[in-house]
Design a protein. Sequence first.
Length: 132
Amino acid sequence: RPHGLRDERSSLIISGIRAIGSNAPLGCQKKSRTKVGEKVFEGDDVGSRGTCGDYVNMSLDSTMDKVNELFNSHRDKLTERNYALEAMVMALKEETMVMTMALSTRIEELEAELALCRASVGKGVSSATLSY
């Protein structure tokens, strides 16, 4: 069996290991020779798909398109989530401001009531000491 060729018993991994020493990408080890007149042209042979470089470029373009689609999809989803989170944060800020205002008002009312209580207790204590 020639080096780099697979039979039905060998796996893709073994074939890939055999191809490590080759300069050509995996699956593109065969070279074709074409004679036109006096000139001889050599190139990669991958059948009807064109040259191996063309196949690799098409594969890379296809992969990049899929990665870009996935990236755009995730970006759009994250943008939607970001807008939803911003709206929730704004609502919480408004709610916090309203609650803070209500609590400030209630604190002022309680402080006024406490001052009245202290004043009345102070008068009661002073009158109790005088009558004793």
